[in-house]
Design a protein around this ligand. Structure first.
Ligand code: ASP
Ligand code: MG
Length: 447
């Protein structure tokens, strides 16, 4: 069986829903399990209704709810006829009545707890999957609609609940038997705790749901259908010639996400990867086109992609007493710890330490405390450019290629060797985009 997840933009209207159904229908013999997000921006809109309700603005709240309603009813009317339409409208009526009552309750109480918010937000996915399942039926696809609240069990950390994988695996395996020729449809993002109260897995949590289902059911693969052609070698808005990375390891994808690439967050697909289930990132607009396969271990020694993170701060700390002195680093890091500021990159010499942080929040306090025992230099508006790949340390001409392509650019720091999947450089923001393009030309000119 396969799991196919469609995000909000991939189910935002009738046309997109049909395209999603085309994609799973073409794979009907592989026993597809469709996981869907809420339609378009529905989750954001539901958050807005809760904000208004919390302020006691019942009318405002209802107005936003009306818009959500219009989207779903119009979609239903545009592609369903007769009995199918009637049945769907009755189901939607039921959902919207419940939603109306919830909003009324919240407005009266002028309160929306995390727990209430999860119940409210869960309607986005309940609505979208109900519409999608009705359309599948209208098209003659044998379909089973499932309720993720009964299948995925989590802790009670509302708005950001963690699945209980053991309990979930057991329930999912005993409740669902995928079969070729039948489409299963379930909601992403939503679940319930051990008392049966609705929870959500955090914003954007549908990828996670897909991976949890894929892992529980031992899927052949998990497909994440989105509106970009997979993971790119670099940000195409900055590097127009960027192409799709065809295969990437889980660890490389994690590294890319950390250093600024806007790919799906790898931690969300971990359940699939840990069971060696490949995850494909594919483009809904071009189903047969280029895509990315995320695997546990990628093949070959290669630079896979380049990421860039702007607006970081470079801090250079000099100690006159560092020669033969111990305890300096620990003292220095204690300062960052005190201000809960993570250090991203670090490079040291005998008398100085360079590091980057990505927030200016406590910068002045940090500086003051560091200056009690060292000399501090702060450079703002810096960018980290990261080369991500596998076996970077074994590529003996890697540094040569990097420095050759960056000849003339002011590289202020370099961090390499601590990890075999990452080489990072710091350059001023103003030079970063050019530097990124130069590196891309060096490493991906043959793509
Ligand atoms: N609908 C939810 C959100 O917008 C979950 C998801 O789309 O993955 O955050
Ligand atoms: Mg969404």
């Amino acid at each position: 069986m396969i799991v196919a997840k469609f995000g909000g933009t991939s189910v935002q209207d009738a046309e997109k829903i049909d395209r999603a159904l085309d994609i799973v229908e073409a794979q009907l013999e592989r026993a597809p399990f469709l996981v869907a997000s809420a339609m378009g921006k529905t989750t954001d809109r539901l958050v807005e209704t809760s904000r208004e309700a919390e302020k006691g603005n019942y009318r405002e709240s209802l107005k936003i709810l009306e818009e959500i309603k219009t989207l779903h009813y119009e979609t239903a009317r545009s592609f369903l006829r007769g009995k199918n339409l009637e049945t769907l409208l009755a189901k939607l009526d039921q959902f919207f009545q419940e939603l109306g009552s919830i909003i009324r309750g919240l407005s009266l109480l002028k309160e929306c707890t995390a727990r209430s918010s999860d119940t409210l937000l869960s309607f986005g996915e309940l609505l979208s999957t109900t519409v999608i399942a009705a359309r599948a039926e209208e098209r003659g696809i044998p379909v089973t609609w499932l309720d993720s609240r009964l299948l995925i069990k989590t802790d009670s950390q509302y708005t950001n609940a963690a699945p209980d994988r053991t309990a979930t695996d057991e329930i999912v395996r005993s409740a669902i038997e995928p079969e070729p020729g039948r489409l299963f449809i379930a909601q992403g993002f939503i679940a319930s705790d051990h008392r049966g109260i609705t929870t959500t897995l955090g914003r954007g949590g549908s990828d996670f749901s897909a991976a949890v289902y894929g892992a529980a059911l031992g899927a052949e693969e998990v497909q994440i259908w989105t509106d970009v052609p997979g993971i790119m070698t670099s940000d195409p808005r900055i590097v127009p010639e960027a192409g799709t990375v065809s295969e990437i390891s889980y660890q490389e994808a994690a590294e890319l996400a950390y250093f600024g690439a806007k790919v799906l967050h790898p931690s969300t697909i971990q359940p699939a990867v840990e069971r060696s289930i490949p995850v494909y990132v594919r483009n809904t607009a071009d189903p047969e086109g280029k895509h990315t396969k995320i695997v546990k271990k990628a093949s070959g020694l290669e630079v896979r992609a380049l990421a860039m993170k702007k607006n970081t701060v470079l801090i250079n700390v000099y100690s006159t007493r560092m020669l033969n002195a111990y305890g300096f680093l620990s003292r220095m890091f204690t300062v960052f710890e005190r201000y809960k500021t993570p250090v991203d990159l670090i490079a040291t010499s005998e008398v100085s330490v360079s590091m980057t942080i990505d927030s200016e929040n406590s910068l002045q306090d940090i500086r003051k405390e560091l200056e009690e025992f060292s000399q501090v230099e702060i450079e703002k508006d810096r960018s980290i450019i990261s080369l991500v790949g596998t076996g970077l340390r074994e590529r003996n001409n890697l540094l040569l290629s990097v420095f050759k392509s960056l000849n003339g650019y002011p590289v202020e720091m370099i961090s390499f060797g601590s990890s075999d999947v990452n080489l990072s450089l710091v350059v001023p923001d103003s030079e970063a985009e050019e530097a990124l393009r130069a590196l891309h030309r060096e490493f991906f000119s043959t793509l």
